[in-house]
Design a protein around this ligand. Structure first.
Ligand SMILES: [Zn+2]
Length: 161
């Protein structure tokens, strides 16, 4: 499950078509937020949570598949404080394996994880970060070459380290 935002609302139709061609379901709202999931029910349900009134930080995190412990910590802060929490966490300069959990770049969507870990020793977050590292390695060594144009519109750029 992925939640992101389109930079160009005019590309919503093409993006939806490309995502569906990959065998995935997606929902796009009027502000360009996109939820991509394995099935339409989960995509619609997650978008409904995201658009709901009130504090839905925990429910949205759980719907996106984030660890329960991290969702609980995020809910204590609420949506409005997440960027600040990520910045504070990152300034604590995590070391060792915990560096994989550093949410530096969280606000820009550039951190290793899509969520802010509840702490530097969150085992669930570490497991997720290791999967990302493995996926990056597989992408680098796959047959999809850097800059290859997929479907005439989307360029695939293997993530840099
Ligand atoms: Zn956690």
């Amino acid at each position: 499950m992925i939640r992101t935002q389109l930079l160009d609302l005019g590309s919503a139709w093409a993006a939806k078509r490309w995502i569906r061609r990959q065998g995935l379901a997606c929902v796009v709202d009027d502000q360009g937020f996109v939820v991509i999931a394995w099935n339409a029910f989960r995509a619609r349900r997650t978008m409904a949570i995201d658009r709901s009134e009130g504090n839905h930080t925990r429910a949205l995190g759980l719907a996106l598949g984030y660890p329960r412990c991290c969702c609980r910590e995020a809910a204590k802060r609420g949506d409005g404080q997440l960027d600040q929490w990520a910045a504070t966490y990152s300034r604590s300069r995590p070391s060792g394996f915990s560096r994989m959990l550093d949410p530096a770049g969280y606000a820009d969507g550039k951190s290793m994880l899509s969520h802010i870990p509840c702490g530097p020793r969150c085992t669930r977050s570490l497991q997720m970060a290791r999967l990302v590292v493995r996926a990056r390695h597989q992408l680098r060594t796959s047959k999809v070459k850097k800059g290859k144009v997929l479907d005439g519109r989307v360029r695939c750029h293997p993530l840099s380290q």
